[in-house]
Design a protein around this ligand. Structure first.
Ligand code: AMP
Length: 172
């Protein structure tokens, strides 16, 4: 997976001071590279037989929806506040930079449906932990998490349920 790092650019102090932002857009621009990167994840997810893939707004939507479409599994959006119509469940959480809130539509998951949460990057784990909590509150069974990139020094995994699988493709 090391060879994919040349497709990830770094921007210092973005979006706030002290953050080294990993930009994975160059991967999405190269379909063969993106496909090659995602293949192990596709196989793993297929073996877990989830009913749904949940993607976290907004960068998480890209690979989550691509995988859901390819595997013919339903896609559930976990969104920033005030974007979803109807009744929603929400959760406030801390980010590597600042604070945020995520929401899910209350009736988006049939009880005990198996769900995998996907985001582009695992940093402190706050976002993913919040998303997982929402899935459970909405009645789903959380199978695990998958990320394209993991910033291992931030130990985000420690914030995620240790009984679940946590898969990341490119580790820094
Ligand atoms: P965290 O909740 O700290 O695990 O942060 C993960 C979320 O923030 C993901 O949705 C990422 O898109 C974004 N994020 C956090 N840190 C970075 C970073 N250094 N580079 C790019 N995205 C980041």
């Amino acid at each position: 997976m090391e060879n994919f790092k040349k497709y990830i650019s770094e921007t210092n102090n973005f979006p706030t001071e002290g953050i080294v932002f990993k930009d994975i857009n160059p991967i999405y621009k190269e379909p063969k590279i993106w496909n090659e990167l995602m293949l192990p994840l596709q196989e793993l997810i297929s073996k877990k037989t989830p009913d749904y893939i949940a993607g976290i707004e907004s960068r998480g939507f890209i690979s989550a929806s691509a995988l859901a479409f390819k595997l013919e599994i339903g896609f559930i959006p976990i969104r920033k506040p005030n974007k979803l119509p109807g009744k929603v469940k929400g959760i406030d959480y801390k980010l590597e930079y600042g604070e945020d809130r995520l929401e899910i539509q209350q009736n988006s998951i049939e009880k005990d449906s198996k769900v995998i949460v996907i985001d582009d990057l695992l940093a402190t784990g706050g976002t993913a932990a919040a998303a997982g909590k929402l899935i459970r509150e909405a009645g789903g069974t959380l199978l695990g998490y998958a990320f394209l990139v993991e910033l291992t020094q931030l130990k985000g995994r420690n914030n995620l349920d240790s009984n679940l699988f946590v898969e990341s493709l490119i580790k820094y």
